[in-house]
Write a protein that binds this ligand. Structure first.
Ligand SMILES: Cc1cc2nc3c(=O)[nH]c(=O)nc-3n(C[C@H](O)[C@H](O)[C@H](O)COP(=O)(O)OP(=O)(O)OC[C@H]3O[C@@H](n4cnc5c(N)ncnc54)[C@H](O)[C@@H]3O)c2cc1C
Length: 399
């Protein structure tokens, strides 16, 4: 029989994190929104518990287990648990979730691409992810940062912008080209640790939302790193070479979708609670024509949230079971990015002044959720990926 219930283990993680973020993260959310660039010290003690709850403690085992699982397996592992955890953390606060020491987007890249030896070295470091450059955003293959092999070291030169956690992280996963003339296949990811000579944080962004999270411009000038810091395969392989680094997105996109979901769920829960105090409670046992317009809006939002939740879990579950999830990762990122924003804006609309007032967090959630439709590939880019997958088109046919 088909079951549309979320797995019990996923619900357990969600319940545990829910009460933790409600008590620890929510109360400080406004303060760090108002104090951009101030490091949230409250999170330092709390981070290891959160990371373990999100499946972070299971990364190592998940990586090792990857070799043993078969495509026919059906199990819940670190990926499904991580996305459920990300939803709950984002329900608490998206910016503070990103500011949580220990688990940046670069960690997902390490998980996806690193060898076992590299995993031992970098798996526990707090890693940011640096792809975007002044002249390269949606088209990640336009990367101009270079990595030139010199003896046992790569020499990195270039500039990366809008790097989440770029200031507070311990290391950055940097996308750079080994040889611009060889195109996409020559793009590899490299781990550059903080404190490496030639690597500096140039500037911090002032942002509309997720203001608790630092977003930095990073500069690499003749920055030398051990050649063993190149993640994955160092060979330039014209066939499928770029797929290695792109595999990172299959892990990070469901996480970002989960963050959009958590933020939208927060807005929905708040709106439902306020409306209930006014006696407006959606009736689940009535036909559409008997419901008020507000009830219909609430039920529509609830249905969308549930669809996104099932899609997020599916993308994570596929990764846990060794199934390619490129299509599903982009599908849920597009869906959650778009509908996450529609839902938060609808909540602001339904509550009027309460939605817009800084006395409540709803206006902040509207600002925060926008970024989930931008980074790790905009909604438009996800739609292109989905169309390519479904139609079996290459980049030359649809870009
Ligand atoms: C707060 C924040 C945090 C970020 N964190 C990180 C990070 O940690 N690491 C990192 O590397 N980057 C990060 N980014 C950068 C982010 O990933 C890019 O902004 C994003 O990929 C879009 O690139 P771009 O800004 O250059 O926009 P562009 O690529 O110039 O796109 C501009 C617009 O055109 C649309 N567009 C582009 N190409 C097409 C097409 N072919 N068809 C249809 N529409 C198209 C886009 O959807 C978008 O709406 C962050 C950005 C923000 C705002």
């Amino acid at each position: 029989m088909i079951s549309f219930e979320t797995p019990e283990m996923v619900d357990q993680v969600r319940n545990m994190l829910h009460s933790m973020v409600n008590n620890i993260v929510r109360p400080i959310a406004r303060y760090y929104d108002d104090h951009e660039h101030e490091r949230p010290k409250e999170l330092e003690a709390f981070a290891p518990i959160m990371q373990a709850g999100m499946g972070g403690g299971g990364r190592k085992s998940a990586k090792k287990e990857k070799k043993e699982i078969k495509a026919t397996d059906d199990r819940i592992g670190a990926n499904a648990i991580s996305v459920a955890g990300a939803e709950e953390m984002a329900w608490g606060d998206v910016g503070l979730m990103l500011a949580m020491p220990g688990g940046g987007l670069g960690n997902a890249a390490v998980d996806a691409v690193a060898t076992d030896e590299q995993y031992e070295r970098f798996g526990k470091k707090y890693c940011a992810m640096a792809i975007t450059e002044p002249g390269c955003g949606s088209d990640a293959s336009a990367v101009t940062t270079t990595a030139v092999l010199d003896g046992d070291e790569y020499v990195i030169n270039g500039e990366k912008i809008f790097v989440t956690d770029g200031d507070r992280c311990e290391a950055v996963v940097v996308w750079a080209t080994l040889d611009k003339s060889k195109g996409r296949a020559a793009i590899k990811s490299f781990v550059v640790e903080k404190g490496t000579p030639g690597f500096r944080v140039e500037k911090l962004e002032r942002k509309c939302g997720i203001r608790a999270s630092d977003t930095a411009t990073l500069v690499f000038e003749d920055c030398r790193i051990p050649k063993t810091n190149l993640l994955g395969d160092p060979e330039i392989r014209p066939e499928g070479g770029f797929k290695g680094v792109m595999a990172t997105f299959d892990a990070t996109r469901p996480l970002v979708a989960a963050m959009a979901l958590g933020c939208a769920q927060a807005a929905y829960d708040f709106t439902k609670e306020i409306l209930a105090k006014e006696g407006i409670i959606p009736r689940y046992d009535r036909g559409t024509l008997e419901l008020s317009a507000v009830e219909r809006d609430l039920l529509w939002m609830e249905a969308q949230l549930e669809v996104i939740r099932l899609m997020v879990i599916r993308a994570g579950w596929m990764a846990d079971n060794g199934r390619p999830n490129n299509l599903e990762a982009s599908m849920v990122k597009a869906k959650a990015g778009k509908y996450g924003n529609i839902i938060v804006q609808k909540c602001v609309e339904l509550l009027g002044p309460i939605g817009y007032s800084r006395d409540y967090l709803l206006e902040k959630w509207m600002r925060d959720n926008k970024v989930n439709d931008i980074y790790e590939g905009t909604q438009q880019i996800q739609m292109i990926v989905v169309a390519r997958r479904i139609l079996d088109y290459g980049r030359d046919m649809l870009s």
